[in-house]
Design a protein around this ligand. Structure first.
Ligand SMILES: Cc1cc2nc3c(=O)[nH]c(=O)nc-3n(C[C@H](O)[C@H](O)[C@H](O)COP(=O)(O)OP(=O)(O)OC[C@H]3O[C@@H](n4cnc5c(N)ncnc54)[C@H](O)[C@@H]3O)c2cc1C
Length: 385
């Protein structure tokens, strides 16, 4: 029998889940506040997403990867982590193959996901609408939308961001860690080569990262205390370029700002449960990562894909045993890196004197071959691993 799955949120996770249900007999209704035009041709938002090899394999299986323009895919061959002005660097390379993964802009990924579901016969998009109230029954679910209309179904998927109102309305708690820092992201051109290596370093009071894109261009990521980030964002023209270039020192030669920085206040969230009766959480609604380990979308895609595989062909997609299997698997897959990232960020944003030698020690520990191998495997999430 044909069942109905309601997806609240047409962000990267909600659209990935809809893609994962291609070929399913069930009807999938995605509800998204943004206009359809904004989903079809999303504006650049400054995010350069590091996709693991496993994500690449999933996106290929969905037919999404094939829609990315070749010049929008940038290989990430190696990652370097430095501590302040110290010349010592931890280098992380791939365990297999010649790259850790690829960088693709967030708006390119979103456009690819939208294009894949646009003609999918079992998917219906309701744009310009939001879910305001969910109701869960034993045999089905119902949601009220902001125009007062109601929709009934068999399973409700919450994919409405890390500060999900739906998660609250479903009575599912989440732990939240706020860092008091904001990440500024923009594109720059530079005269020295990046050699397809990302570089991240921890300076006094800030973290700077460079993500290699086309030759001579990179994504610049600067993490600052909220007040300083606000002050930088208020700058214009040459003053802004001078300030942003100043974060790089002389490391990449002459620097030109190609886009204005977009600010993202930083917080990590982890839901206490990823599923409940006839409902499941995916994407940032389940696990809201810190961008420093580049796994938010990678985890969201993995969870959406696994859940899609579990419920897509099931007679009852809201069956409790399927949802608890998803919740268990996804928790296991995400919790270790979530916790490691949280501790790492705390350590590297701690400017007390004692934290500095600990940071240097952690980097040297990370330089040991076994640790580097684990890090390489973790960051690339090799499709075969
Ligand atoms: C600077 C930065 C860099 C990043 N880099 C990486 C990286 O390198 N690698 C990586 O894997 N990840 C990265 N991420 C993380 C990644 O961008 C996110 O994990 C991902 O976008 C989350 O997608 P989502 O669909 O879960 O949530 P969102 O993108 O927040 O989408 C939620 C959607 O729900 C909709 N919505 C809200 N309320 C409602 C409602 N009531 N009803 C219906 N819909 C609703 C919203 O309009 C939105 O479209 C980065 C993030 C940032 C900020």
């Amino acid at each position: 029998m044909r069942r109905t799955i309601i997806v609240a949120g047409g962000g990267p996770a909600g659209l990935s889940f809809a893609c994962a249900l291609a070929g399913s007999p069930h009807r999938v209704v995605v509800i998204e506040p943004q206009a359809q035009a904004a989903l079809a041709a999303p504006a650049p938002d400054g995010r350069e997403i590091a996709l693991t090899r496993r994500s690449e394999a999933i996106l290929k299986e969905m037919g999404v990867w094939q829609s990315f323009p070749a010049d929008a895919i940038h290989p990430l061959c190696e990652a370097r982590v430095l501590n302040g002005a110290s010349p010592f660097a931890m280098q992380i390379g791939p365990e297999r193959g010649d790259s850790l993964g690829n960088l693709v802009s967030n708006h390119v990924i979103r456009a690819g996901l939208y294009a894949a579901i646009e003609d999918q016969p079992n998917v219906e998009l309701r744009c310009g609408r939001r879910v305001v109230e969910p109701r869960i029954g034993e045999t089905g679910v119902a949601v009220t939308l902001d125009d007062g209309s109601e929709l009934v179904g068999d399973l409700l998927i919450a994919a409405d961001s890390r500060f999900s109102k739906l998660r609250d309305a479903l009575g599912i708690d989440a732990s939240v860690t706020r860092f008091g820092h904001t990440m500024l992201v923009c594109r720059i051109a530079h005269t020295l080569p990046h050699r397809h290596t990302s570089t991240e370093w921890f300076d006094h009071g800030r973290t700077v990262a460079l993500l290699p894109l086309a030759e001579g261009t990179s994504g610049l990521v600067v993490t600052l205390a909220n007040d300083e980030a606000r002050e930088v964002c208020a700058l214009e023209g040459a003053a802004l370029e001078h300030r942003m270039a100043g974060f790089l020192g002389q490391r990449w030669g002459q620097v030109t700002l190609l886009t204005k920085p977009t600010p993202y206040p930083l917080a990590m969230t982890f839901a206490e449960r990823f599923a409940g009766p006839r409902c499941a959480l995916i994407g940032d609604t389940a696990v809201g990562m810190h961008p420093v380990t580049a796994h938010g979308f990678n985890f969201g895609l993995l969870g959406a894909w696994r859940l899609g595989q579990l419920v897509g062909q099931a007679a009852d997609p809201g069956a409790a045993h399927l949802l608890s299997r998803y919740a268990r698997q996804h928790r296991l897959a995400t919790l270790p890196l979530y916790e490691a990232t949280r501790q790492l960020v705390k350590l590297y944003t701690d400017d007390r004197l004692l934290a500095r030698p600990i940071r240097a020690g952690v980097l040297r520990l990370g330089a040991l071959p076994p640790v580097r191998r684990i890090m390489g495997r973790l960051l690339s999430q090799d499709a075969a691993a």
